[in-house]
Design a protein around this ligand. Structure first.
Ligand SMILES: Nc1ncnc2c1ncn2[C@@H]1O[C@H](COP(=O)(O)OP(=O)(O)OP(=O)(O)O)[C@@H](O)[C@H]1O
Ligand SMILES: [Mg+2]
Length: 353
């Protein structure tokens, strides 16, 4: 069943259209992640779903009911922001129960809900503390607790982990995934973080300039991006893009010493230049064939990222096993496999298959 449905939603601020014709269905219990560059409209979309903004055009439905112009308070949405927006003068339990106290929920019911949520979020010991005396991760859990206590049907998270250090991010990532599983809640989650998007999402929506470039399962987007933008956005480090030329029906890469990557390429099409995409992981380096210099190398322990500056000054990153012990300034050969290569239209960026 569809929990949240956006149909042909647009939003203008003054004359500027910041959301353009967006249609997305988020299923009941689904973990849906919005990704895209800064300013592409992720937060605006969440605010539209929460009812903090009204769309200029289009329709928003929750559980099949049109809520486009319905008051935010009655939409059954819990929103968790990057800065948590906790009340500093209230304790953990007061913060969590604020919404219920405002609408005069009976005390025993409030206590039951707060204690359940506190237990689930491992906040029981901290109920009498104020936000200032909590860690970032604990504050984050209070903010989630507030949405839980409200009985939200849909949780919206706007970059909730971006204020936390790396270790805590991993911990909270696991925590939120666990909550999602236990509650079976519908979650819409905005992040800049590749790993969060790939590991947490059932569905990823890639946005650019206020519209949807592609949506689907994380691995589908990774393996089958529809265009150069999605290919470059999903995956870390990003896919490499190089100029490809078609000469006498063969596709060659000039910056790799005219390496032939595909014979008899697109015989009948009137295109002579395309963009070639290859993921760092799909490039092999060999010690023989010393055509290319490793400008610098990042050793991450298990893998190394080797950075190259090619003849036409384009950049290339190749992943190699640290065991191969390459070093900066080494001269190496670069090997690509035809099956790993993606092709994109030079002008539109559309994938050519
Ligand atoms: N109230 C507003 N009035 C005018 N323009 C706005 C308003 N809110 C957002 N915008 C503009 O809408 C666009 C989308 O903003 P939004 O905050 O949704 O982006 P975002 O994808 O969340 O970016 P970030 O990743 O930086 O948080 C931006 O160009 C922003 O300047
Ligand atoms: Mg934002």
């Amino acid at each position: 069943m569809v929990a949240v449905s956006l149909s042909k939603v647009s939003k203008n601020f003054d004359q500027t259209e910041v959301i353009r014709d967006v249609s997305i269905d988020v299923n009941q219990g689904e973990f849906c992640v919005f990704v895209g560059p800064s300013g592409c409209g992720k937060s605006t979309l969440l605010r539209l779903i929460a009812g903090l903004e009204e769309p200029t055009n289009g329709k928003i439905a929750i559980d099949g009911e049109d809520v486009t112009f319905v008051d935010p308070a009655t939409r059954g949405i819990g929103m968790v922001f990057q800065n948590y927006a906790l009340y500093p003068h209230m304790t953990v339990e007061e913060n969590m129960s604020f919404g219920l106290r405002m609408n005069n929920t009976p005390k025993p019911e409030i206590e039951k809900k707060v204690s359940e949520a506190a237990k689930m979020l491992r906040l029981s010991e901290l109920r009498k503390r104020k936000p200032a005396s909590l860690s970032g991760g604990q504050r984050q859990r209070v903010a989630i607790g507030r949405a839980l206590v409200k009985g939200a049907k849909v949780f919206l998270f706007d970059e909730p982990l971006s204020n936390l250090d790396a270790e805590l991010r991993v911990e909270m990532r696991i925590e939120i995934t666990r909550l999602h599983r236990e509650l079976g809640a519908t979650i819409i989650y905005v992040t800049h973080d590749q790993t969060e998007a790939m590991t947490m999402a059932d569905k990823i929506v890639v946005l650019r300039d206020g519209h949807v470039e592609q949506k689907g399962k994380p691995l589908d987007l990774y393996n089958n991006p529809v265009n150069k933008f999605v290919a470059g956005f999903i995956g870390s480090p990003s896919m490499n893009f190089l100029k490809g030329k078609i000469i006498k029906n063969d596709l060659i890469i000039p910056s790799l010493g005219n390496l032939i990557v595909k014979k008899n390429f697109m015989l009948n099409k009137n295109i002579s230049e395309i963009t070639v995409g290859i993921r760092p992981h799909d490039i092999s380096l060999k010690k023989s064939g010393k055509e290319h210099k490793i400008e610098f190398i990042e050793n991450l322990g298990n893998v190394s990222f080797c950075h190259f500056k090619l003849q036409d000054s384009s950049n290339l990153i190749a992943e190699s096993s640290t065991k191969l012990a390459f070093a900066s300034q080494d001269m190496v050969g670069i090997l690509l496999k035809e099956k790993d290569i993606y092709f994109f239209n030079n002008k539109s960026g559309a994938r050519i298959t």
